[in-house]
Design a binder for this molecule. Sequence first.
Ligand code: C5P
Length: 397
Amino acid sequence: MEQAQTKRIVLGITGGIAAYKAAEFTRLLIKQGFEVQVAMTEAATHFITPTTMQALSGRAVLTDQWQDDKGMAHIHTSRVADAIVIAPASADFIAKLASGLANDLLSTLCLARDCPLLVAPAMNKQMWSNAATQRNIQRLIADGVTILGPASGAQACGEEGMGRMLEAEQLAQDIAAIFQPKLLAGRKVIITAGPTYEAIDAVRGITNRSSGKMGYAIAQAALELGAQVTLISGPTALDKPQGAQVVNVTSGAEMFEAVKQQVAKTDMFIGVAAVADYRVAQPSEQKIKRSDAALTLELIPNPDILAWVANLPQPPFCVGFAAESEKLREHATEKRKKKNIPLLAANLAQNAIGSDDNELVLFDDAGEHVLPRADKLTLARALLRHAAALYKKGSTQ
Ligand code: C5P
């Protein structure tokens, strides 16, 4: 990777059992051609020794605010860095970053930085889901910090759940991606996300359990790749991704209208929304009164938005999603053909809906590509890298 050869990463290690993964992470970064300057908190040195990190990075490890003879390690180190990566980032360190504290070398150099900051959280699942941690994470995202992971799985404490640090390989891939060219720079990308709500009467409706998390993560990943993003979203409780144009809609028909209005000059269309297959033929304007008689609602099909876009005379590069409850491969392959789309991401609905992580299988002309279980943003990044490569290949053929 030619571009990364001169890039300097400051790798900040904080106190947590996942600190052992920082050794492999450093090795992979060095292998990819990065220069790595390790800085450790005092707590981190209880989990992995500076000697190990020094041997792997080939540089003296910074641990002490007062050790640098120029007395300005925090300014100097952050000035020459192209990115600072905190891996693992403990709940305590994340809280520190969110409040702008600077009471040790690592937190001071984060505050004094002039480069991107990336944070790979690692903690017990309760600590991760604690309202304070979630608040701090949201604060960091709003401050422009990139959060890498976490993943879910077995934890050192013996529990199972969200909070595991991403594997070293994944982290190294994500860091490399940041220094890669902005694959979608100047491209217009439309993403539909979330559920739709189809009114039955003035107060009731038909909807589904889609949270919108996957679509919003894809919007975020597309922004990271330099795309101009329009997110057409059904009702969700999520924060708007910074930098995206968001069009809020309620029903499938409204979503379709918004897509029609926005679709001109679009380079890529990604249908992630769980559009209701049917809507009520004649929703009642007033609340339907209860009676003892049976009630029949006539349902009529909603338009297939993705299929409509994919079959335009000059369609954008279309990506579809398929949430299946069984026979993933069979149904996904059939759906990709039926909707006439080059790329389809499939998952098992029972694994995906509402959860923070997921597992995807991509289907394209070349076959199947498994994206292993990870948080939705990690998957979104991998999916978009794949889509951007196919898009580029198609447009240069
Ligand atoms: O056919 P199915 O609903 O399983 O297809 C799912 C894919 O099609 C998703 O990408 C979804 O966003 C899109 N879709 C759509 N409009 C519909 C139904 C599905 O765009 N009415």
